[in-house]
Write a protein that binds this ligand. Structure first.
Ligand SMILES: [Zn+2]
Length: 258
């Protein structure tokens, strides 16, 4: 099982994602315990997760609970299990329905890309996963856009791509999901939350800039070198905002940690 420190960071992580509008009643954070297991909250809004009793241990192999008497969990936990399976060095995953980001999942002519220095990690291209690629293989599937099977989860995980220079990590830390949201990966809870928050901020900045520019107007994006260098700098400073983010949720009575 996770240590007390890991449990506290997980629960505060859920609260921080809510405080920053990355999740609402839906969306979730998970954390890898080992090469075989990960934790996620039971079926509960992230803001309301408050104790060890709210956590469920899942098997990476099939996304099913380790214990038969586990409380009900999220039907989209296969997003997490399949990403952990495909990328052994991913330690934490966020799934979000952020309204800042969703528009970029349905507008192929205006893809999300890094244009704000805190989000250089997005690079010059953020892949978009389309559930329809799986629906086309089996037209009897329920086409709800939700990732409710290992098959759909594996297809989404594949969209992140394999990193050429960092074994076990995906090439893209973030992928959008058409008409649904996004998934973000990191090598720690702090990192995945940082990247999720700055992905949404980049989306807001880009949306504002493209509105200013108007149709056909020019928006100045980062080139590959700028995105890579800005991304490395953000990663180096990822721990800095964490104490502030924790303090913000500690002072808010909505968020409880027992
Ligand atoms: Zn979802």
């Amino acid at each position: 099982m996770a240590s007390n420190d890991e449990i506290r960071r997980y629960i505060r992580g859920c609260h921080i994602l809510h405080f920053h509008g990355i999740v609402d009643a839906y969306g979730h954070l998970s954390y890898r315990l080992s090469d075989r297991l990960f934790i996620m909250s039971r079926y509960l809004a992230p803001a309301l997760v408050s104790s060890l009793a709210d956590l469920v241990v899942y098997k990476i192999e099939d996304g099913e609970p380790l214990m038969e008497d586990a409380p009900n969990g999220f039907s989209e936990r296969y997003i997490h299990s399949e990403i952990y399976k495909a990328y052994p060095k991913v330690k934490a995953v966020v799934h979000s329905h952020s309204l800042d980001v969703v528009p970029f999942s349905i507008s192929p002519s205006t893809p999300l890309r890094a244009c704000f220095h805190m989000a250089g990690f997005l690079g010059t291209e953020v892949p978009v996963w389309d559930a329809a690629t799986v629906y086309r293989e089996d037209e009897t599937m329920v086409q709800s856009m939700l990732v409710r099977s290992t098959r759909l989860g594996a297809s989404l995980a594949q969209t992140l791509g394999v990193a050429a220079d960092a074994e076990g990590l995906p090439r893209h830390p973030v992928a959008l999901m058409r008409g649904h949201g996004f998934v973000c990966t990191g090598d720690s809870i702090e990192m995945v939350i940082s990247k999720s928050i700055y992905t949404a901020q980049n989306a807001r900045v880009q949306m504002a800039a493209q509105s200013l520019a108007g149709g056909g107007g020019h928006v100045h994006f980062f080139n590959e070198r700028e995105a890579a260098d800005a991304g490395r700098t953000t990663i180096a400073g990822a721990a800095k905002p964490w104490p502030l983010w924790v303090a913000e949720v500690e002072l808010n009575p909505l968020y409880s940690l027992k």
